[in-house]
Ligand binder design. Structure first.
Ligand code: NAP
Ligand code: 8YV
Length: 316
Protein backbone atom coordinates (compact mmCIF):
# COMPACT_ATOMS: atom_id res chain seq x y z
CA UNK A 1 0.00 0.00 0.00
CA UNK A 2 1.39 3.44 -0.86
CA UNK A 3 1.99 5.92 1.93
CA UNK A 4 -0.11 9.12 2.11
CA UNK A 5 1.45 12.11 0.32
CA UNK A 6 2.44 15.23 2.22
CA UNK A 7 4.11 18.53 1.36
CA UNK A 8 7.24 19.59 3.27
CA UNK A 9 8.85 23.01 3.17
CA UNK A 10 12.59 22.91 2.41
CA UNK A 11 15.08 22.71 5.29
CA UNK A 12 12.91 20.98 7.89
CA UNK A 13 14.76 19.63 10.90
CA UNK A 14 16.13 16.08 10.30
CA UNK A 15 14.36 14.65 13.40
CA UNK A 16 11.00 15.77 11.98
CA UNK A 17 11.86 14.64 8.45
CA UNK A 18 12.96 11.21 9.66
CA UNK A 19 9.65 10.58 11.43
CA UNK A 20 7.64 11.88 8.47
CA UNK A 21 9.54 9.81 5.90
CA UNK A 22 8.82 6.59 7.81
CA UNK A 23 5.04 7.11 7.51
CA UNK A 24 4.41 9.36 4.50
CA UNK A 25 5.61 9.98 0.97
CA UNK A 26 7.21 13.36 1.59
CA UNK A 27 7.41 15.86 -1.28
CA UNK A 28 9.89 18.60 -0.44
CA UNK A 29 9.02 21.97 -1.96
CA UNK A 30 7.17 20.45 -4.94
CA UNK A 31 5.83 23.81 -6.17
CA UNK A 32 9.38 24.99 -6.88
CA UNK A 33 11.04 21.66 -7.67
CA UNK A 34 8.48 20.28 -10.10
CA UNK A 35 6.06 23.02 -11.18
CA UNK A 36 4.89 20.97 -14.18
CA UNK A 37 4.03 17.91 -12.07
CA UNK A 38 2.53 19.90 -9.18
CA UNK A 39 -0.98 20.13 -10.63
CA UNK A 40 -1.25 16.32 -10.71
CA UNK A 41 0.27 15.89 -7.23
CA UNK A 42 -1.59 18.70 -5.43
CA UNK A 43 -4.99 16.90 -5.03
CA UNK A 44 -3.21 14.03 -3.20
CA UNK A 45 -1.38 16.18 -0.61
CA UNK A 46 -3.06 15.65 2.77
CA UNK A 47 -0.60 17.36 5.11
CA UNK A 48 1.87 20.22 5.04
CA UNK A 49 4.94 20.17 7.29
CA UNK A 50 6.44 23.57 8.10
CA UNK A 51 8.81 25.21 10.59
CA UNK A 52 8.23 28.19 12.87
CA UNK A 53 9.80 30.52 10.31
CA UNK A 54 8.00 29.15 7.22
CA UNK A 55 5.73 31.19 5.02
CA UNK A 56 2.51 29.29 4.29
CA UNK A 57 0.34 31.80 2.40
CA UNK A 58 -3.33 31.41 1.59
CA UNK A 59 -2.37 31.21 -2.11
CA UNK A 60 -0.54 27.93 -1.41
CA UNK A 61 -3.37 26.49 0.70
CA UNK A 62 -5.78 27.32 -2.14
CA UNK A 63 -3.84 24.95 -4.41
CA UNK A 64 -4.14 22.00 -2.00
CA UNK A 65 -7.78 20.80 -2.05
CA UNK A 66 -7.18 17.64 0.01
CA UNK A 67 -5.10 19.33 2.73
CA UNK A 68 -6.25 18.50 6.26
CA UNK A 69 -3.43 19.81 8.44
CA UNK A 70 -0.48 22.20 8.55
CA UNK A 71 1.86 20.87 11.25
CA UNK A 72 4.42 23.46 12.33
CA UNK A 73 7.69 22.38 13.96
CA UNK A 74 7.86 25.34 16.34
CA UNK A 75 5.58 27.27 18.69
CA UNK A 76 5.56 30.40 16.51
CA UNK A 77 3.39 30.21 13.39
CA UNK A 78 3.29 33.84 12.29
CA UNK A 79 4.12 32.83 8.69
CA UNK A 80 0.99 30.67 8.35
CA UNK A 81 -2.19 32.26 6.99
CA UNK A 82 -4.43 30.90 9.76
CA UNK A 83 -7.53 32.75 8.51
CA UNK A 84 -7.20 31.08 5.10
CA UNK A 85 -6.72 27.70 6.81
CA UNK A 86 -9.89 28.26 8.86
CA UNK A 87 -11.90 29.09 5.72
CA UNK A 88 -10.81 25.82 4.15
CA UNK A 89 -11.30 23.71 7.29
CA UNK A 90 -7.58 22.99 7.57
CA UNK A 91 -6.14 22.40 11.05
CA UNK A 92 -2.97 24.32 12.01
CA UNK A 93 -0.85 22.86 14.80
CA UNK A 94 2.33 23.97 16.61
CA UNK A 95 4.64 22.75 19.39
CA UNK A 96 3.90 24.81 22.53
CA UNK A 97 5.52 24.10 25.90
CA UNK A 98 8.13 21.54 24.94
CA UNK A 99 10.67 24.24 24.06
CA UNK A 100 9.93 26.83 26.76
CA UNK A 101 12.83 25.83 29.04
CA UNK A 102 15.41 25.97 26.25
CA UNK A 103 14.24 29.33 24.96
CA UNK A 104 14.24 30.76 28.49
CA UNK A 105 17.72 29.34 29.05
CA UNK A 106 19.01 31.04 25.89
CA UNK A 107 17.42 34.35 26.91
CA UNK A 108 19.35 34.16 30.19
CA UNK A 109 22.52 33.14 28.35
CA UNK A 110 22.25 36.17 26.03
CA UNK A 111 21.52 38.48 28.96
CA UNK A 112 24.49 37.21 30.96
CA UNK A 113 26.68 37.04 27.86
CA UNK A 114 26.16 40.64 26.83
CA UNK A 115 26.21 42.02 30.38
CA UNK A 116 29.46 40.27 31.28
CA UNK A 117 31.07 40.55 27.83
CA UNK A 118 31.46 36.79 27.39
CA UNK A 119 32.32 36.70 23.65
CA UNK A 120 34.96 39.39 24.05
CA UNK A 121 36.44 37.73 27.14
CA UNK A 122 36.64 34.38 25.35
CA UNK A 123 38.38 36.01 22.36
CA UNK A 124 40.73 37.84 24.75
CA UNK A 125 42.05 34.54 26.10
CA UNK A 126 42.09 32.70 22.76
CA UNK A 127 43.95 35.54 21.02
CA UNK A 128 46.69 35.56 23.67
CA UNK A 129 45.78 39.07 24.86
CA UNK A 130 45.43 38.30 28.58
CA UNK A 131 49.13 38.86 29.40
CA UNK A 132 48.88 42.29 27.78
CA UNK A 133 46.03 43.52 29.97
CA UNK A 134 42.50 43.15 31.21
CA UNK A 135 39.06 43.96 29.91
CA UNK A 136 36.43 46.62 30.69
CA UNK A 137 34.20 45.77 33.65
CA UNK A 138 30.84 44.14 33.01
CA UNK A 139 27.34 44.91 34.30
CA UNK A 140 26.06 42.98 37.32
CA UNK A 141 22.98 40.88 36.49
CA UNK A 142 22.03 39.42 39.89
CA UNK A 143 19.61 41.72 41.67
CA UNK A 144 19.01 43.91 38.62
CA UNK A 145 15.59 44.90 37.24
CA UNK A 146 14.22 42.55 34.57
CA UNK A 147 11.40 43.52 32.20
CA UNK A 148 9.66 40.88 30.10
CA UNK A 149 7.64 41.78 27.01
CA UNK A 150 5.20 38.82 26.73
CA UNK A 151 4.46 36.74 29.85
CA UNK A 152 3.25 33.54 28.16
CA UNK A 153 4.75 30.07 28.51
CA UNK A 154 8.30 31.20 27.72
CA UNK A 155 8.00 34.60 29.41
CA UNK A 156 7.01 32.85 32.66
CA UNK A 157 9.96 30.45 32.36
CA UNK A 158 12.24 33.50 31.95
CA UNK A 159 10.66 35.14 35.00
CA UNK A 160 11.34 32.02 37.13
CA UNK A 161 14.98 32.10 36.08
CA UNK A 162 15.17 35.84 36.79
CA UNK A 163 13.87 35.19 40.31
CA UNK A 164 16.68 32.68 40.73
CA UNK A 165 19.08 35.52 40.02
CA UNK A 166 17.39 37.70 42.64
CA UNK A 167 16.04 40.07 39.97
CA UNK A 168 12.89 42.13 40.37
CA UNK A 169 10.42 41.12 37.65
CA UNK A 170 8.06 43.36 35.68
CA UNK A 171 6.23 42.67 32.42
CA UNK A 172 3.91 43.92 29.74
CA UNK A 173 1.24 41.96 27.86
CA UNK A 174 -2.01 42.89 26.11
CA UNK A 175 -4.00 41.68 29.11
CA UNK A 176 -2.74 41.96 32.70
CA UNK A 177 -1.90 38.68 34.49
CA UNK A 178 -3.01 39.51 38.07
CA UNK A 179 -2.09 36.06 39.41
CA UNK A 180 1.53 36.29 38.26
CA UNK A 181 2.76 38.28 41.25
CA UNK A 182 4.91 40.45 38.94
CA UNK A 183 4.59 44.17 38.30
CA UNK A 184 2.47 45.04 35.24
CA UNK A 185 3.09 47.91 32.84
CA UNK A 186 0.52 48.74 30.15
CA UNK A 187 3.05 49.06 27.33
CA UNK A 188 6.66 48.34 26.35
CA UNK A 189 7.79 51.97 26.68
CA UNK A 190 6.58 52.30 30.27
CA UNK A 191 8.20 48.96 31.12
CA UNK A 192 11.50 49.82 29.41
CA UNK A 193 11.82 53.02 31.44
CA UNK A 194 11.81 51.01 34.69
CA UNK A 195 14.20 48.13 33.95
CA UNK A 196 17.87 47.33 33.31
CA UNK A 197 17.26 44.35 31.02
CA UNK A 198 14.32 44.10 28.61
CA UNK A 199 13.63 40.60 27.24
CA UNK A 200 11.24 40.33 24.28
CA UNK A 201 9.28 37.07 23.96
CA UNK A 202 5.97 37.72 22.16
CA UNK A 203 4.73 36.05 18.95
CA UNK A 204 5.71 37.69 15.65
CA UNK A 205 3.30 38.88 12.96
CA UNK A 206 1.36 42.05 12.30
CA UNK A 207 0.17 42.47 15.91
CA UNK A 208 3.69 42.91 17.30
CA UNK A 209 5.57 44.43 14.33
CA UNK A 210 8.11 46.98 15.63
CA UNK A 211 6.60 46.83 19.13
CA UNK A 212 10.16 47.68 20.20
CA UNK A 213 10.83 50.94 18.36
CA UNK A 214 13.08 54.00 18.78
CA UNK A 215 10.85 55.36 21.56
CA UNK A 216 11.02 52.14 23.59
CA UNK A 217 14.80 51.96 23.13
CA UNK A 218 15.13 55.56 24.23
CA UNK A 219 13.11 54.73 27.36
CA UNK A 220 15.42 51.76 28.04
CA UNK A 221 18.28 54.25 27.92
CA UNK A 222 22.09 54.24 27.87
CA UNK A 223 22.37 51.79 30.79
CA UNK A 224 19.74 49.37 29.44
CA UNK A 225 20.13 46.09 27.56
CA UNK A 226 17.71 44.56 25.03
CA UNK A 227 17.39 40.80 24.54
CA UNK A 228 15.26 39.49 21.65
CA UNK A 229 14.38 35.79 21.48
CA UNK A 230 10.92 36.36 19.93
CA UNK A 231 10.92 37.23 16.21
CA UNK A 232 13.06 39.73 14.31
CA UNK A 233 9.91 41.57 13.21
CA UNK A 234 9.10 42.59 16.80
CA UNK A 235 12.11 44.94 16.97
CA UNK A 236 12.73 47.85 14.58
CA UNK A 237 16.21 46.69 13.56
CA UNK A 238 17.27 50.07 12.09
CA UNK A 239 16.28 51.83 15.29
CA UNK A 240 18.14 49.19 17.31
CA UNK A 241 21.34 49.61 15.27
CA UNK A 242 21.10 53.39 15.66
CA UNK A 243 20.62 53.06 19.44
CA UNK A 244 23.52 50.63 19.77
CA UNK A 245 25.88 52.78 17.67
CA UNK A 246 25.06 56.03 19.43
CA UNK A 247 25.14 54.67 23.00
CA UNK A 248 21.36 55.09 23.20
CA UNK A 249 21.27 51.66 24.86
CA UNK A 250 24.12 49.73 26.49
CA UNK A 251 23.93 46.50 24.50
CA UNK A 252 21.81 43.74 22.99
CA UNK A 253 21.58 39.97 22.84
CA UNK A 254 19.84 38.79 19.68
CA UNK A 255 18.76 35.32 18.55
CA UNK A 256 16.31 36.50 15.88
CA UNK A 257 16.56 39.02 13.05
CA UNK A 258 14.31 40.79 10.57
CA UNK A 259 15.65 39.06 7.45
CA UNK A 260 17.08 35.70 8.56
CA UNK A 261 19.58 34.24 7.84
CA UNK A 262 20.92 37.67 6.89
CA UNK A 263 22.12 39.75 9.82
CA UNK A 264 22.94 43.43 9.18
CA UNK A 265 26.72 43.83 8.88
CA UNK A 266 26.54 46.85 11.17
CA UNK A 267 25.95 44.41 14.06
CA UNK A 268 28.84 42.07 13.29
CA UNK A 269 31.64 44.21 14.69
CA UNK A 270 29.83 45.79 17.63
CA UNK A 271 31.47 44.78 20.93
CA UNK A 272 28.25 45.41 22.87
CA UNK A 273 26.12 42.78 21.14
CA UNK A 274 25.90 38.99 21.36
CA UNK A 275 24.47 37.31 18.26
CA UNK A 276 23.14 33.76 17.85
CA UNK A 277 21.56 32.25 14.70
CA UNK A 278 18.00 31.48 15.92
CA UNK A 279 19.12 28.61 18.15
CA UNK A 280 16.94 29.12 21.22
CA UNK A 281 15.27 25.70 20.92
CA UNK A 282 18.29 23.98 19.39
CA UNK A 283 19.17 21.17 21.81
CA UNK A 284 18.97 17.49 20.95
CA UNK A 285 16.38 16.87 23.66
CA UNK A 286 14.07 19.72 22.72
CA UNK A 287 14.31 19.30 18.96
CA UNK A 288 13.39 15.62 19.45
CA UNK A 289 10.40 16.59 21.62
CA UNK A 290 9.32 19.14 18.98
CA UNK A 291 9.68 16.53 16.22
CA UNK A 292 7.64 13.98 18.21
CA UNK A 293 4.83 16.48 18.79
CA UNK A 294 4.83 17.87 15.23
CA UNK A 295 4.80 14.32 13.85
CA UNK A 296 1.95 13.25 16.16
CA UNK A 297 -0.06 16.25 14.98
CA UNK A 298 0.63 15.37 11.34
CA UNK A 299 -0.38 11.76 11.88
CA UNK A 300 -3.61 12.65 13.68
CA UNK A 301 -4.51 15.47 11.28
CA UNK A 302 -4.02 13.47 8.09
CA UNK A 303 -5.99 10.56 9.62
CA UNK A 304 -8.92 12.89 10.34
CA UNK A 305 -8.45 12.49 14.10
CA UNK A 306 -8.30 15.31 16.68
CA UNK A 307 -4.87 16.95 16.63
CA UNK A 308 -2.88 17.33 19.85
CA UNK A 309 -1.92 21.00 19.83
CA UNK A 310 -4.09 23.17 17.58
CA UNK A 311 -3.11 26.86 17.40
CA UNK A 312 -5.29 28.95 19.77
CA UNK A 313 -7.24 30.75 17.01
CA UNK A 314 -8.60 27.43 15.69
CA UNK A 315 -9.37 25.80 19.03
CA UNK A 316 -13.06 25.09 19.57
P1 NAP B 1 2.53 32.32 24.41
O1 NAP B 1 2.45 31.41 25.58
O2 NAP B 1 1.38 32.41 23.47
O3 NAP B 1 2.87 33.80 24.97
C1 NAP B 1 2.84 34.94 24.19
C2 NAP B 1 2.82 36.16 25.11
O4 NAP B 1 2.98 37.32 24.28
C3 NAP B 1 1.54 36.31 25.89
O5 NAP B 1 1.84 36.68 27.21
C4 NAP B 1 0.83 37.48 25.18
O6 NAP B 1 0.07 38.26 26.05
C5 NAP B 1 2.03 38.29 24.72
N1 NAP B 1 1.68 39.19 23.63
C6 NAP B 1 1.09 38.91 22.45
N2 NAP B 1 0.93 40.03 21.72
C7 NAP B 1 1.42 41.04 22.47
C8 NAP B 1 1.52 42.44 22.28
N3 NAP B 1 1.08 43.03 21.17
N4 NAP B 1 2.08 43.19 23.27
C9 NAP B 1 2.54 42.60 24.40
N5 NAP B 1 2.46 41.27 24.64
C10 NAP B 1 1.91 40.51 23.69
O7 NAP B 1 3.78 31.96 23.49
P2 NAP B 1 5.17 31.29 23.93
O8 NAP B 1 5.07 29.83 23.88
O9 NAP B 1 5.66 31.95 25.17
O10 NAP B 1 6.07 31.76 22.66
C11 NAP B 1 6.23 33.11 22.38
C12 NAP B 1 6.96 33.34 21.07
O11 NAP B 1 8.35 33.07 21.21
C13 NAP B 1 6.57 32.45 19.89
O12 NAP B 1 5.36 32.86 19.28
C14 NAP B 1 7.76 32.61 18.96
O13 NAP B 1 7.58 33.72 18.09
C15 NAP B 1 8.93 32.92 19.92
N6 NAP B 1 9.88 31.79 19.97
C16 NAP B 1 11.16 31.99 19.52
C17 NAP B 1 12.04 30.92 19.56
C18 NAP B 1 13.44 31.08 19.08
O14 NAP B 1 14.02 30.09 18.62
N7 NAP B 1 14.07 32.24 19.22
C19 NAP B 1 11.65 29.67 20.03
C20 NAP B 1 10.35 29.52 20.49
C21 NAP B 1 9.47 30.60 20.46
P3 NAP B 1 -1.54 38.21 26.11
O15 NAP B 1 -1.83 37.01 26.98
O16 NAP B 1 -1.95 39.47 26.71
O17 NAP B 1 -2.01 38.01 24.70
C1 8YV C 1 12.55 26.95 15.97
C2 8YV C 1 11.00 28.84 16.85
O1 8YV C 1 13.87 27.34 15.77
O2 8YV C 1 9.40 27.56 17.99
C3 8YV C 1 9.64 28.59 17.36
O3 8YV C 1 8.76 29.45 17.14
O4 8YV C 1 11.29 29.87 16.33
C4 8YV C 1 12.06 27.81 17.06
O5 8YV C 1 11.78 26.93 18.07
C5 8YV C 1 11.90 26.84 14.67
O6 8YV C 1 10.54 26.83 14.62
C6 8YV C 1 12.44 25.63 13.92
O7 8YV C 1 12.84 25.99 12.72
Amino acid sequence: MSLPDIYAVPGLHPFYMKALEAHFTVHVDPVTKDPAGFAALAPRLMGLAASGESKVPGSLLAQLPALKVVSVFGVGYDGVDVAAARERGIAVTHTPGVLSDDVADLAMLLMLGVARGLPRADQHVRNGLWPKGGLPLGRKVSGARLGIVGLGRIGQAIAQRGQGFGMSIAYTTRTEKPGSGFTYFPNAKALAAEVDFLIVITPGGAGTKHLINAEVLSALGPQGFLINVARGSVVDEDALIAALSSGGIAGAGLDVFANEPNVPEALWSMPNVVLTPHIASATVQTRQAMADLAFANMQAGTAGQPVLTMVPELQP
